[in-house]
Each structure stands twice: as C-alpha cells, then as structure tokens.
Design a protein around this ligand. Structure first.
Ligand SMILES: [Ca+2]
Length: 478
C-alpha cells in the first residue's frame, strides 16, 4: 500500500526537519529530465513469476513487470560478470580486437585508458548526479581492489569512470569481497571448503543485500530532495554463489516439490561451482542434494526480491515514480544442472538469456511482455534516448525505446555473444542459435528445441552457412 512521502520518511527514520525540507521540494516536480534507477542482480536466471515460472516467490519483481515491460528474450553478450557488465556500461560488444574484454578482467580496459565514454559518465556529463552502490561493474563495490576500505581508495580508484559517489556498505563483513561471499554472522567464504548453500535463522540484515537496499534507500531520500536529475545504480549480490539466505526465504518453498526433471545428473562440470565450494562428498547424482542446491538458489532469489521490493517502495513513496525510469537487469543466466552443467560459463540459452524489466513513466501497454530480441548493449542507447542525451558514436547497440511504446515492435533481428578470451562465439536469431567453438559449429532450432539438446547443424546446411557468415562478419569487425 503506497504511503505519502512524509509518512514514508518518518517510517524509515528520517528526522522531522529533514523530512519537511525533502517534502517541500519533491524532485519529481523540479526536474524536467527523468531520473534512472538501475538495479543489477547477479547471476539471476529468468526463473521468476514475471517470466511465467509460477513456482517462484518473487512478488516484487513480478509487480515491476506488471507496471512495466518484461523482455522475454534479452541476451547478454558474455556469460560472466565482468564482460557482461563491461558491455552494459560501455554499450559495446566484447571484441576479439581486445580479447581481455571476454574475461572477468574486462574493466582493465579503463586501467589502460582505452575504455570508451561510460554510460554513467555520459549521464554525469549531462548534469546527472551518479551513484554506485554494490556490484555494478565487476568488483562488489566498484573499486579496483574491491576492498571498500577508505584508506585504500587512492591506490584503488573506481573500475570505471563517471560516478559522483560510490557507497557500498560492507556491514559486519568489513570489506566488500568478504560481503560478496558472505555467510551469516560476519563469516565469509573459504575457497574450496565453504558449502554452496546456507540457511541461517537471521533477519534480512543477516546478509549483505539488505544493507545494499538500506544504502540505496538512503541515497534515494537524499537525491529526491536535490535539484539535479540522478542516475542511481544498485547492484545486488544474490543469487550469486553461495546460495545463502535467511531461513524465512527457504521456508517459502517445499523442497520435495522442487522440479529437477530437467537436470542432467550424469555429468558434473562447472569450475566455479565445484572448484570454489565444498560439496559434502556428495555429488549431483543425488536427487536430494540437487533439490537442496536448487532450493538454495530459489531462497536467495526470493531474498533479493524482497530487497528489490524495498527499493521500489522507496521510489514510489518518495514520489519519484512519476519521473523515474526503473531498469531491472540480470547480468547473465545460469545452468542449475541443465545440459549437465552447473554455472554460467557456456554460450547456451541457459547462460546468455537473462531478465530485463523496464518501467518508464507514462508507459503504454503496461504489463505486456515482449518477445523482441534485445541485447544488453542496447540498454545504453535506450537510456540515452529516453533521457534526451545524445547517442555516442562508439555504441554497438540499438535503442529499444520503440518496444517500450509498443511491445510488438522489433529493433534488431540478431544478437551476439562470446566467451573464453574471444575463442567462442554465438549468434541468436528469432529461430536459431549457432555456436562456433574451436572450429566446431553447433546449431539449435528454438522452434523445436528450446533447451538446445539436439544439434541440427548437419540437417540445415543453408541455415548454418548463412549464420556462420553473419557471425564471422561480427567477429571480424574492427
Ligand atoms: Ca554474474
């Protein structure tokens, strides 16, 4: 139930004098350009109520979907945090000409001073106040070392330029990397030993994402009283490994009812999943253990959903919703055992398809999803267009603003992806996915086989040749 601004400020403990000042100067009226609240979620599959997955308890993302536009076919350009987020913030596909961009070290392009004008820099240059909270670029606080220790910041500048403020609380975990791999009670991961899931009887602030939401709300209060339009990016950590969440979110699911029929238990691959965590000497041929792993992922998803809900509630209760664009973005998908893989580092649909939900003020056809193909590189030009900024020349993407007006519109007919230092590439069209890897070509027909279980490259030589040509033109571009 929405409340008025003054009551909301009182509820969250903003003092009366400050509340009065803020209440008399609502930003939504002062600004002519829309604000942007960008919410990044780490390793979030499109396994949400909003994506038709009714077994999931994700009421807040589902509400955003009802009020905005769900992109059912949004693809990331690389199946890992660093390159995907680099593509987001530069509006550029990773490129073989700079293979570092196909690794988690992508942000080193800025260290080498060859990174282009970043999304947030473009907004900053156009009078926006820009804030980073949490994992928006690759490290969990946006600083190169990811340490979030004030004394280190001279040695560790931001990974990417253009933030007025970086403000990531680390809570009882003391530094951002420890918070990123948090276990309850201030504990953090011991690589190769800590379990991949944890259920602790703690409140929401027993894990870091609630602290990130607190910081985001605090900044929304502050910015809503300011004169400038703002670009606030908050990057939540869950459901990234370890799949940890307070018990109340585990209790939302009946483990025995969790469907694992699409898990292929006969292979156990996934370097991050099996290399960085201890697995109780049990393996993924054990159905109970597989259900426990999925249960953890679902609990962590519902936990982050609740924190996202708190941020959305603040946007609305502060009266910002009438002049604020909200974007919810997943940095890539995830295999939870499908195709015999646990993790994200493949070029399959499971790894490259990720959530994207956009809500704009005055959006027509609210709640209508779109099947149009879009890529993460399209977000930069879209936000620039919506906010009346110029569209820089270096961008690879195409604005999908027309799809926000009309969910049946289409803006591109193909999207691309790559991985592993630029040695593997993929092209996705309306019907097909083609993957090229070490001279091997795989082709999947999504009209027949949405799970990409049956390679049909030999059955469709014409399609194969046409897509290889398009893909090689993409890979070979300057
Ligand atoms: Ca990620």
């Amino acid at each position: 139930m929405p409340m008025n601004r003054r009551d909301f400020l009182r509820k969250i403990g903003v003092g009366a004098a400050c509340a009065f000042a803020a209440a008399t100067m609502p930003h939504a009226i002062a600004a002519t350009r829309p604000n942007v609240v960008f919410i990044a979620v780490d390793d979030l599959r499109p396994e949400l109520g909003a994506y038709g997955k009714t077994h999931m308890v994700t009421p807040h993302m589902d509400r955003l979907a009802r009020e905005g536009r769900v992109f059912a076919r949004h693809y990331v350009p690389a199946p890992s945090c660093g390159p995907s987020r680099y593509a987001l913030l530069t509006g550029m596909y990773p490129t073989p000409a700079h293979p570092v961009t196909y690794h988690n070290s992508a942000f080193q392009m800025y260290e080498q001073s060859i990174g282009p004008l970043s999304l947030q820099q473009h907004f900053q240059n156009n009078g926006y106040h820009t804030t980073l909270i949490g994992k928006v670029s690759h490290t969990p606080d946006g600083y190169r070392g990811g340490q979030n220790i004030r004394e280190d910041r001279e040695q560790n500048p931001p990974e990417a330029p253009g933030w007025n403020v970086l403000d990531t609380p680390a809570g009882q975990w003391n530094d951002a990397w420890s918070a990123f791999f948090a276990y309850a009670f201030g504990e953090t991961r011991t690589p190769g030993e800590s379990p991949p899931v944890e259920m602790a009887d703690v409140g929401d602030r027993g894990y870091p994402d609630a602290h990130l939401a607190d910081a985001a709300i605090e900044h929304l209060v502050r910015r809503s009283a300011g004169e400038e339009p703002f670009f606030l990016a908050v990057g939540f950590y869950k459901p990234h490994l370890p799949f940890n969440a307070p018990q109340q979110y585990w209790d939302l699911y009946d483990r025995d009812a969790i469907d694992i029929s699409d898990v292929d238990p006969y292979v156990r691959t996934g370097g991050e999943f099996f290399g960085n965590y201890g697995h109780e000497a049990r393996d993924t041929e054990d159905d109970d253990y597989v259900r426990k792993l999925r249960h953890g992922y679902y609990a962590a998803t519902s936990y982050v959903d609740a924190q996202i809900g708190r941020v959305l509630e603040a946007v609305d209760n502060l009266g910002l919703d009438e002049n604020t664009i909200v974007v919810l973005w997943g940095d890539h998908g995830y295999h939870l055992g499908e195709l015999g893989y646990w993790g994200k580092h493949t070029l399959h649909e499971y790894a490259l398809r990720a959530p994207l939900i956009v809500r704009t003020p005055n959006m027509p056809h609210r709640g209508a999803a779109t099947d149009a193909l879009v890529s993460t590189v399209d977000i930069y030009p879209t936000l620039a267009e919506l906010c009346g900024l110029s569209v820089p020349d270096h961008l690879d993407g195409t604005s999908f603003a027309p799809i926000l007006e009309d969910p049946s519109a289409e803006t591109v007919d193909r999207v691309f992806g790559g991985w592993n230092g630029g040695t593997q590439h993929t092209i996705r069209t309306d019907q097909y996915r083609l993957i090229q890897r070490n001279g091997d070509v795989q082709l999947y027909d999504h009209h027949q086989d949405p799970g990409e279980r049956q390679c049909v490259a030999d059955e469709h030589p014409g399609v194969r040749a046409r897509l290889v040509e398009k893909l090689e033109a993409f890979v070979g571009r300057p």
